[in-house]
Design a binder for this molecule. Structure first.
Ligand code: PRT
Ligand code: ZN
Length: 284
């Protein structure tokens, strides 16, 4: 049985549960008791505060965990990032009062910086040869400068609106973070390694599908070559005959990144009746 440490409530919870559910893992009880087994896959979930997840994995209490990279680096435990998961993206940044004139990292020399991430900040300042006073606070870091508790802050930024509403401006991005799957290479039995491999295989299929769309369209026969040359595909697009012999139906998988560009070009090339569908899983 593979034990996975996950956040019990908070910003990581919903997307963690969604990912596991999309990977086909159903839980015995939806209620968040501390330890919940799956009823159809040999894993159990241990619900913890995110701060405790790196240590739970490092100590071997859990085999793997899902947590923000910021928390992994801050706690600095003996764990490895197995896979980035692409959700709960944010950055850890230095921010200063907006009326200050910022002239580079030297600005922070001798300044007092409030943060909940002293380890990451200390490493960053040392690496850059800056001596500053790190003031650790556990919540509401962003109000520290306005109440005279610090000159600057080092905190998580997502949209940036918290900084704006506290008259702060982001001046250095120190870390780009997202949810990650962590583990320890040396503590898995052969059986648990097999379970982890299957879980990773399923996560791969879920993640691959997230960025792709399935596109179907009707194309006049004499335009097929041109449309096919525009379309990418897992191998190549599927071309099916229609009742009207002058027309074909083409099916293809298109990456979201190029989606609108591809749609514009196939329309211009003569495609009609374009249908776009979400892909649930994609096994490559
Ligand atoms: O109770 P527990 O200890 O488990 O949870 P927590 O309160 O410590 O963490 P939680 O649930 O708030 O966040 C969990 C993880 O989500 C973090 O460790 C990050 O990896 C990630 N994450 C993603 C964020 C944000 N986005 C985020 N915006 N964590 C916090 N914030 C906060 C930030 O501290 C700041 O106050 O949101 C504010 C900034 O948001 P913007 O959008 O105004 O810039
Ligand atoms: Zn926390």
């Amino acid at each position: 049985m593979l034990r996975i440490a996950v956040q019990s409530k908070g910003r990581l919870y919903d997307e963690t549960m969604e990912l596991l559910s999309e990977a086909g893992i159903k839980l015995v009880a939806v209620k968040r008791t501390l330890l919940v087994p799956s009823r159809n896959f040999p894993v159990e979930l241990l619900f913890l505060r995110d701060d405790d997840i790196p240590d739970s994995v490092a100590s071997g209490t859990s085999h793997i965990g899902i947590v923000g990279l910021n928390e992994v680096l801050e706690k600095n435990k003996k764990v490895e990032v197995i896979r980035k998961l692409g959700f709960s993206k944010c950055r850890l940044s230095l921010a200063i009062p907006k009326q200050e004139k910022y002239d580079g990292l030297q600005w922070f020399a001798g300044k007092k910086i409030a943060t909940s991430y002293p380890e990451i900040l200390d490493n960053y300042l040392k690496k850059n040869g800056i001596e500053a006073d790190i003031h650790v606070i556990s919540g509401s870091v962003e109000i520290a400068p306005s109440i005279g508790l610090a000159d600057a802050i080092f905190d998580i930024v997502s949209s940036g609106s918290t900084l704006v509403s506290n008259n702060l401006v982001e001046v250095e991005t120190v870390l780009n973070s997202e949810a990650v799957l962590i583990g320890r290479a040396d503590n898995l039995s052969a059986e648990n390694q097999e379970i982890l491999d299957e879980l990773l295989f399923r996560i791969e299929a879920v993640k691959a599908a997230e960025t792709q769309k399935y596109v179907l369209m009707n194309v006049p026969r004499d335009k097929v070559d041109e449309v096919v040359s525009i379309l990418p595909g897992m191998r190549s697009p599927t071309i099916l005959p229609l009742a009207d012999e002058q027309w074909c139906s083409i099916h293809a998988v298109v990456n979201e990144k190029h989606f609108w560009e591809v749609i514009g070009r196939i329309k211009a090339a003569g495609a009609e009746g374009i249908l776009v569908l979400d892909i649930e899983k994609m096994v490559l």
